[in-house]
Design a protein around this ligand. Structure first.
Ligand code: ZN
Length: 698
């Protein structure tokens, strides 16, 4: 819904025209930025909106009502408040007296005014200690807080902020912008005027660039910040050396303090423009890989010889199906350097999965393998809309595991700020989210849920600034995702994929349209097979993912069985990316269990529980066998949703049993427990406990 609409607004100061017919729109609940140099018309526009100057032409519509020319007092009563440039503080008055002025036009009862001062102090704890201090004796940052607090005393629907960072040190600017982020998250609509373009864009959803009283550029802030063409036009090389290189520079705004020296954004997306072009690249990669593996690895040479196929016989992508498959057992047999296809001297690093000696999957990398990995990890961030201005808190393991290292190097490649927190330690993680105002949080889904619940429990949702959660390495149900997003204050979730054998994490990620995983088809091929018959399944059908690398040197994979259950989604994505896609991982073919003749994926239980409102997302399945009768039992322990009344228990159990019978053809014994009853861990939560004879497990 549009809160404020401005049509063809002209403002004259005497004969001079300060605003020459701008159209603006400010939707409810978002922050819109006005960027421009001194004299561009920004402050004039704010003054016209507040009724401080009278427009010579045009209209101002608030909630559809024409308010052009209304007095400032009327505008405050209409729900607007201005925090002016230069703060305009009454220096002789105390902080408390200055704050009171903000509520003056509303004629509120004394008790309400006092209550609002308390609320402002909650938002700005620094002011709470200084209420009786004379404003003139405070620092610039503190005065800015008083000015913003004074505007908030009117509880505005629309807050106009004029140059909040003007003259402030970078650290204090950070603090002020953290508060602006919090205000946005709590639903305040903000019109933000700023000279610091990068700052204004990262804090807003939409931006207008003003020059000489006119709008010369406008668009979504994330686009202006990250799209290379828009960036060049909007920010460009607007430096002291070459001010005219961009629209912004050409309009006289050269004092842009970009946060990073090299923000000339490069893309990590492939350059292909058609599916055919991609296929040609893939065929070349496949031919190279088979030849390279045959020449370099005794394992592959033997396997290919046995299958009776030579590298020269690979003529099309269709020939892939003639190649022999590789499994996790082949990796273990070749311990400690399985599938090695280059001399030891070319290996620059190894990583390994968890597991005991002889069970670990070890993976070797050449320098090129690492460079490739880092490149497409940066691509993951790019696809999730992470920009060089983001702060990425990495709460996954560092060390012999591939995870942390990949997340870290990808962040640095992108040019964002990395907070290498490592896994666990919830107290420290929360402290970092508060202190560093991390905007992106990376972890497992279980850890994200644990953090989300803790943030909610401590009432910190509006004090942190996490806008995106990137999580991976395990299944996640829809209801679990909803819970994480909601408790993180509405963060956007991105499921990231990967496995140790294939570089590590970052081999694919959910796009902003959130209904698929894009995988990097320029680095590896995906086939879906029936895990029983090993037949290749048509696109769209669920089965086990089998992977063939296209440029991996140290340990290439040829038709490697991942055990991950997914399906290829045919056709292009609505997000516009040409990169191929598969569904979110549904489970593992070795996680699947058979109960009384029915194959059950744990994710089917996720889906089923998500479909019954009132049930939580956490569950455990305990499978046991009665030795006398030989009959199997399935006990299902499920949490009630948060805040769901225990009296609804019979109704919930009834509905759940009905759905189980209908969708999975089984009737488990159900135990419903309180929300938070089941254990949460920072790694993967174990959900299936099978104490039957192991031989029967699929
Ligand atoms: Zn997409």
């Amino acid at each position: 819904m549009t809160m404020l609409r401005i049509e063809n607004l002209h403002v004259h100061y005497g004969a001079a025209e300060a605003l020459r017919g701008g159209d603006f729109e400010i939707p409810e609940g978002v922050t819109v930025a006005l960027v421009g140099a001194n004299g561009a018309g920004k402050t004039t526009l704010l003054k016209a909106i507040m009724g401080l100057v009278r427009p010579s032409q045009g209209r101002i519509l608030l909630g559809g009502k024409d308010v052009t020319g209304a007095t400032p007092v009327r505008m405050v009563r209409n729900g607007l408040a201005l925090s002016p440039e230069g703060r305009e503080m009454f220096g002789d008055l105390t902080v408390r007296e200055n704050l009171r002025l903000g509520a003056l036009p509303l004629g509120l009862p004394e008790s309400t005014v006092e209550k609002r001062i308390e609320e402002v102090c909650e938002r700005f704890p620094k002011l709470a200690e200084r209420l009786e201090q004379r404003s003139a004796t405070m620092s610039g940052g503190e005065q800015q807080m008083v000015a913003m607090g004074r505007a908030l005393m009117a509880k505005p629907k629309l807050l106009l902020l004029d140059e909040p960072s003007l003259g402030l040190a970078p650290l204090v600017t950070d603090e002020i912008f953290a508060i602006i982020h919090q205000l946005t998250r709590s639903g305040t609509t903000i019109l933000l005027v700023e000279q610091n373009a990068a700052r204004a864009l990262s804090a807003s959803s939409y931006a207008y660039l003003l020059a000489n009283g006119r709008v010369v550029e406008q668009g979504e802030s994330s686009g202006l910040l990250t799209d290379p063409n828009l960036r060049r036009a909007f920010l460009g090389a607007a430096s002291d050396q070459n001010p005219a290189a961009s629209r912004l520079g050409a309009t006289g705004l050269t004092n842009i303090r970009l946060e990073k020296p090299d923000m000339s954004h490069k893309t990590f997306m492939p350059t292909f423009t058609s599916v055919d072009e991609l296929a040609a690249h893939q065929l070349k990669g496949l031919q190279w890989t088979v030849e390279h593996a045959y020449q370099g690895s005794s394992f592959y040479r033997e396997a290919l010889d046995q299958a009776g196929i030579t590298p020269a016989e690979i003529k099309s992508l269709d020939d892939l199906k003639h190649l022999p498959m590789t499994t996790a057992d082949d990796l273990r047999d070749g311990y400690p350097f399985p599938l090695r296809a280059v001399p030891y001297e070319q290996i620059v690093r190894i990583h390994a999965s968890s597991g005991t000696t002889g069970k670990r999957k070890v993976l070797a990398y050449t320098q090129k393998d690492l460079d490739d990995w880092v490149h497409f990890f940066a691509r993951c961030y790019e696809m999730a809309g992470v920009t060089p201005l983001d702060r990425v808190q990495i709460a996954v393991g560092y060390g012999i595991w591939t995870a942390g290292m990949g997340f870290q190097l990808g962040v640095e490649k992108l040019g964002a700020l990395a907070v290498p927190a490592g896994p666990g330690n919830i107290d420290m993680q929360i402290q970092f989210l508060l202190d560093f105002q991390s905007t992106v949080f990376c972890s497992t889904a279980s850890m994200a849920l644990l953090m989300a619940e803790e943030i909610h429990h401590r009432g910190l949702a509006d004090k942190i600034n996490v806008q995106k959660v990137i999580y991976g390495s395990e299944r996640s149900s829809t209801s679990m995702r909803q819970k994480i997003s909601e408790l993180f204050g509405g963060a956007e979730l991105f499921d990231i994929t990967g496995l140790t054998e294939l570089y590590g994490p970052g081999t694919g990620i959910e796009c902003s349209h959130h209904d698929c995983i894009h995988y990097w088809g320029d680095y590896y091929l995906v086939e879906i097979i029936d895990p029983e018959t090993l037949e290749v399944l048509p696109d769209g059908e669920w089965g086990e993912m089998v992977i063939t690398t296209l440029c991996k040197e140290a340990a290439p994979l040829i038709r490697y069985r991942t055990r991950d259950i997914t399906r290829i989604i045919p056709g292009p994505c609505s997000c516009g990316s040409i990169l191929p896609r598969h569904s979110r991982i549904k489970g593992r073919s070795d996680d699947t269990f058979k109960f009384r003749g029915v194959n059950i994926y744990p994710s089917s239980i996720d889906t089923l529980l998500s479909s019954v409102p009132g049930l939580g997302s956490e569950f455990q399945v305990h499978l046991s066998r009665d030795d006398d009768s030989g009959r199997d039992h399935m006990q299902l322990i499920v949490e009630r949703g948060q805040g769901v009344d225990p009296s609804r228990m019979p109704e919930l159990v009834h509905e759940m049993l009905y759905q189980f019978k209908k969708q999975l053809l089984v009737t488990p014994e159900v135990e419903l427990v309180d929300y938070g009853h089941l254990p949460r861990s920072e790694r993967k939560n174990q959900r299936i406990f099978d104490s039957r004879l192991k031989d029967d497990v699929v």
